[in-house]
Design a protein around this ligand. Sequence first.
Ligand SMILES: Cc1ncc(COP(=O)(O)O)c(C=O)c1O
Length: 358
Amino acid sequence: MHLPAHGANTQHVYEALGMEAPDTVIDFSVNTNPLGTPASVQDCWQDWLPAVYDYPDPHFTELKQQIATKEKVEPASLLPGNGAAELITLIARFLQGKNVLIVQPAFSEYETACRAEDCHISYFQLEAPAFTVDKEALHKKLQAADAVFFCNPNNPTGIAFDQSIMNWLIETCVEVKTLLILDEAFYDFAHPPVTSIQKASNSPYLLVLRSLTKMYHIAGLRLGYLVGEPGLVEQIGKRQSHWALNGIALKAGVACLQEVEHVKDTTNFIANERDRVFRFLQRSDYIHSASGVNFYLLKDPAMASQENLYHFLLEEGLVLRHTYNFPGLEGEWLRAAVKKEAENNQLMEALVKWKREG
Ligand SMILES: Cc1ncc(COP(=O)(O)O)c(C=O)c1O
């Protein structure tokens, strides 16, 4: 790969490529909620600041209670984390030295965290362009794995697998005694949302991961949670440091999880904007993944590598996510977030210009 690895750091991209950043840059590589943080949460930041003076509750009691109420599971089935990323690290520690299968393309942290714990990594590839699951082939791979990471809705494709596929995967993992780590970081952007949380709370072969980063646009706060069978959750929780979540995050988490309207507004907004962009892409001879969430893959089918288009868009001040570091995609796609209307318009205008001049 000769392009810089990145996510949400546009200045770095321009610097690494020796390019001058235009005056206005729009970051389409970041896939948090374009409508931002709920007003009910923003209104409280000031009130929560004194929480930094004291040690936070190391047992996360109030946050766990709120998650338990929302998800209808017992608090003992829950482990809040300093972002879903911390929970992935803790799971990798728990899996130290084991055979781990990663269903690709997927979030790169699964592999990074498991490699740091000397796990033996193998891949199962979802085949482009539809990125569907070949059940027979996956079944074979699962038999040799102690654990498997599966991301639904998938990052980077945005494809949301339905409940029947998830049920098949969960049942197959029980049958072959493989621990399934199901990452639902983007579950609440999908309509209808598909979740296996209820099943996770009493299964020794299923863990479900959630992130509050994406829907509530709080990437800097670091907040996520894990749901699993209490004994399993306890084993993973033992690997967490004391006071892993800060006092403001604990309060914000409780407030975010009570938000209903903001989530509904976001899902509707994303569905409308995504459909509008997809209609444009289809009539303009671009290919896109069948995303059901707030980001999607796109490509100009006239070229195998999308590097020239990536550069062209950078010159236009639009930073998309290249896919050279997603195994199985190898730069043949670009990932774009669904943003606000005016920003999506700018992307569409640039894509028209590319077809005309590129
Ligand atoms: C699929 C997926 N899971 C987990 C994470 C980590 O989320 P958090 O910000 O909660 O650590 C990300 C972040 O990009 C992600 O894309």
